[in-house]
Design a protein around this ligand. Structure first.
Ligand SMILES: [Zn+2]
Length: 242
């Protein structure tokens, strides 16, 4: 049997266990999750990930409680991996762009998923998930390969999807970024439900969303285009004379 990596030796892994506990506690404190329903995994190497344990409240979870999971289902740790380990393993295998996977049953995203609906381009921030909509995967029972397959289909070209009658899944480079994305998608779901309760929200067309997606690709970088914005001269005229 191929040896699993040593949980106590690698600084990356030690640090990541702490970051995962912090992200999970922030997820609960921020109202994104309740009880033991959410779960989080982080890629360790090509074959292994760290994954939160099954049935442990995040307030009581310690870094050492986080299990190591191989893609074939073998695991090591004091506690069993989350009962939803399969889609974590399957998504990490299929999506090399993902370093962390976060799953929650957050209230508004789940309410929308219980209608079998995703989030259309009613707001430009839908582009945060990588496309012009956030899809909802059809229902399959938790823990099944069928659920992994449906989730991967809904995640095609996206960093987030809803799961019908279940919750949502986020992909990101790090657990912190996955948490930020989860907050954004939950807020979009809440706003969309609110807008729908008051009327029929219009959606942005594909051309506009393509433009927004293009801007998002450079958002927060010096390449972000803005012709009317320029850096102020650091030596202002009135103070430069001295
Ligand atoms: Zn779940």
């Amino acid at each position: 049997m191929k040896p699993l990596s040593d949980p106590w030796a690698a600084p990356f892994e030690t640090d990541m266990r702490l970051r995962m506990v912090a992200a999970c506690r922030a997820m609960n404190a921020g109202g994104l999750n309740h009880g033991t329903s959410g779960n989080l995994s982080v890629r360790l190497d090509q074959d292994h990930c760290l994954i939160t344990p099954s049935g442990v409240a995040y307030d009581a979870m310690e870094p050492a409680d986080i299990a190591i999971l191989a893609q074939d289902g073998r695991w090591r740790g004091p506690l069993r991996p989350s009962s939803e380990w399969r889609f974590h393993a399957d998504i990490l295998r299929a999506r090399p762009d993902a370093g962390a996977i976060l799953h929650t049953h957050s209230r508004h995203a789940t309410a929308l998923a219980c209608l079998g609906e995703g989030i259309p381009a009613f707001h430009y921030m839908v582009a945060v998930a990588g496309g012009s909509s956030i899809r909802c995967a059809p229902y399959a029972r938790f823990g099944t390969k069928a659920l992994s397959d449906l989730a991967l289909e809904a995640l095609d070209g996206r960093r987030a999807c809803l799961l019908a009658h279940h919750g949502m899944i986020m992909l990101a480079a790090t657990p912190e970024k996955a948490l930020v994305l989860a907050r954004e998608v939950e807020e979009l779901a809440a706003t969309y439900l609110l807008a729908r309760s008051a009327g029929s929200p219009n959606t942005l067309d594909d051309a506009e969303m393509a433009g927004v997606l293009g801007l998002f690709a450079s958002y927060g970088t010096p390449d972000f285009p803005d012709d009317e914005l320029s850096r102020m001269d650091e030596r202002l005229p009135e103070t430069a004379a001295s």
